[in-house]
Unconditional design. Structure first.
Length: 332
């Protein structure tokens, strides 16, 4: 935008200089009209050259004015919600640069608007099921159809817990989107973090006949992390791994350091992830068939790891299992 402002200022200055020179040339030409023929020819030629320059400059600035007018009209359409508008990239280089930037902005706005609409639709779907359970059970108890005992109140409590989890997940994603996810970072011992996480899921693994193991070298350096946030990431990875591993399978967690980072790897011998889902597992509301979650766990895990300055990636093969690797910086 500043380049366009400079260009406009230079244009007006140029026009002022041209007009001044034109006045001088006209006056000189009139004064020399009765001079010797060579001088008279030179004066007329200068005047004609000036006229040509003025005509060419006028055409250039007229094209620029048309292009700027198109930009103003397009900006008004975007303001009214038409994010598909584009402008022609022509005219002076400064105007072409502005038009390209405008079209890129318009494309980003259109993509953001599509994502927002899809997000709201998915969110509405995720809220609908627990709310329907709560309402159905509550109305049944209120009308006397169901007794107010534990078996009939339990579905209400479960649905409420699902809503609380969903609301907390949305809060985390919102903070991550605006770069306001607060981290209380401290040196965290990887062995302690992994072993405590495995202990929390031991009963779930035992119930599914899945073996949990850990391979953490004693000299593994501490990571610079928010222990609560990273523990929630591990919890999501372990929950997914155990849920998708059949009885008799195993889930293992290992860690290794390289350079200034530590990689924590969660492997399972489960069913694997279908190829059509594999490339989108870190997107929001993406989940495999039969998954009971909302499809937000891995998306939130990525937001948290990214906020730490780390990375997360996944490899999977149908029938052989899945491996998720979380890489985090070492504590100084």
């Amino acid at each position: 935008m500043w380049r366009l402002a400079w260009f406009m200022a230079a244009a007006f200055l140029f026009m002022a200089v041209v007009l001044t020179v034109g006045i001088v040339l006209v006056g000189t030409a009139v004064g020399l009209i009765h001079a010797h023929p060579p001088i008279r020819i030179l004066a007329v030629a200068s005047l004609l050259l000036f006229i040509v320059l003025v005509i060419r400059a006028g055409r250039r600035f007229r094209r620029m004015a048309v292009n700027v007018g198109e930009l103003v009209d397009a900006a008004g359409r975007i303001e009214s919600g038409d994010y598909g508008v584009r402008v022609a990239e022509r005219g002076p280089s400064e105007v072409r640069t502005l038009a390209r930037a405008f079209n890129a902005m318009s494309a980003r706005l259109a993509t953001t608007d599509r994502n927002r609409r899809a997000f709201v639709a998915d969110l509405t779907h995720e809220f609908r099921t627990p709310l329907a359970i709560i309402r159905g059970q509550a109305e049944g108890i209120g009308d006397g159809v169901y007794p107010g005992d534990q078996p009939h109140v339990a579905p209400i409590l479960d649905a409420t817990a699902s809503l609380e989890t969903l609301v907390e997940a949305l809060g985390t994603m919102t903070l991550a989107d605006v770069g306001s996810l607060r981290l209380h970072r401290e040196p965290v011992e990887v062995g302690v973090l992994v072993n405590s996480s495995l202990a929390a899921f031991q009963s779930l693994a035992d119930g599914g006949g899945v073996r949990l193991t850990a391979e953490i070298a004693p000299d593994t350096p501490a990571i610079d992390a928010d222990p609560v946030r990273i523990r929630s990431v591990l919890a999501n990875l372990l929950s997914n791994a155990i849920r998708h591993t059949p009885a008799g399978g195993s889930v293992s967690v290992s860690a290794r350091s390289s350079g200034g980072t530590v990689s924590i790897e969660v492997r399972d011998t489960g069913e694997g992830i279908p190829e059509e889902v594999r490339s989108r597992v870190f997107e929001r509301f993406v989940k495999g068939a039969g998954s009971p979650g909302a499809g937000l766990g891995l998306a939130i895990a990525k937001d948290i790891v990214t906020a730490h300055g780390g990375s997360i990636d996944l490899t999977s093969e149908l029938g052989k299992g899945t491996e998720v690797r979380v890489t985090l910086p070492i504590a100084s």
